[in-house]
Write a new protein. Structure first.
Ligand code: SAH
Length: 248
């Protein structure tokens, strides 16, 4: 049970595996008014940057669960580096169906809502770990602009045009499943670049160092396709944000 190596290679230098940058993550933490001693469960916690930096900056603690052994190891190292290992735990495992032992103040899934089978399912999963009145954080894609054709839909890795909402449509969806959006940070084109562009150098360096590797051809293809999709489609059409929700 692990994340495919191709993703681990492409994101080997990432601390944040999503298109919101460190400044935006810190702004969100400030906006939420996080308090020392609050607890967070982060499903699909990646390299742990959100939990570790919020633990350092706001005194919260908690647990991250992620299916990648490589990212989980980096999350543990980051917790030690930031001096928060005493209150931040990172566990390797499948987060689908994961429920906290005790209710938490903040329940998050940032950029992996497939673990609950989509937005509504992930909200329902997180709800099982959240204390009444707690904050839920969910990272989601949306159409920043209406995609004009099928090439744009596919270039943004959406199955169909209807598989993503517009931003207003996403708000309506949260409303329909009984949640108030109470805060948010959105990716912009610069923060998208901070996520997408390091893939290119990571893959290129890996290719130079591993020319005969079984994955070399696949990684070359990934580099070409992803780079083109980013500049042709994603940067203009694909929105992404972290939404803070409270149950009505
Ligand atoms: N929340 C992190 C990581 C987002 S990337 C961040 O924002 O930086 C998506 C993450 O989901 C990856 O770290 C991947 O390993 C993890 N993942 C994918 N499927 C998973 C599953 N079933 N259970 C736990 N983690 C999963």
């Amino acid at each position: 049970m692990d994340l495919p190596l191709s993703i681990v290679i492409a994101e080997s230098s990432h601390r944040i595996h999503n298109p919101v940058d460190s400044r935006k993550q810190a702004e969100l933490g400030r906006g939420l008014g996080l308090k020392p001693g609050q607890t967070m469960l982060d499903l699909a916690s990646g390299s742990g940057e959100l939990l570790c930096t919020w633990a350092r900056d706001f005194g919260i603690g908690g647990t991250g669960v992620d299916i990648s052994t490589a990212f989980t190891a980096r999350a543990k190292a980051r917790a030690a580096e930031l001096g928060v290992a005493d209150r931040c735990e990172f566990v390797h495992g499948d987060a689908a169906g994961h429920v906290a032992d005790a209710p938490v103040d903040i329940a998050a899934c940032i950029g992996a809502s497939w673990i609950g089978g989509g937005t509504a399912g992930t909200v329902a999963l997180l709800e099982q770990s959240l204390r009444p009145g707690g904050l839920m954080l969910i990272g989601e894609c949306y159409w920043r602009q209406d995609p004009p054709d099928e090439a744009t839909v596919k270039g943004c890795y959406a199955e169909t045009k209807d598989s993503l909402f517009s931003l207003a449509g996403l708000f309506d969806h949260f409303d329909a499943i009984g949640y108030d959006v109470v805060e948010m940070v959105l990716a912009d084109q610069d923060s998208w670049d901070r996520y997408a562009a390091p893939h290119w150098l990571n893959i290129r360096r890996w290719l130079d160092e591993n020319p005969g590797h079984d994955l070399a051809e696949e990684m070359r293809h990934k580099l070409d396709v992803e780079r083109r999709n980013h500049v042709r489609y994603q940067r203009d059409y694909l929105g992404w944000g972290i939404f803070a929700l409270m149950k009505r």
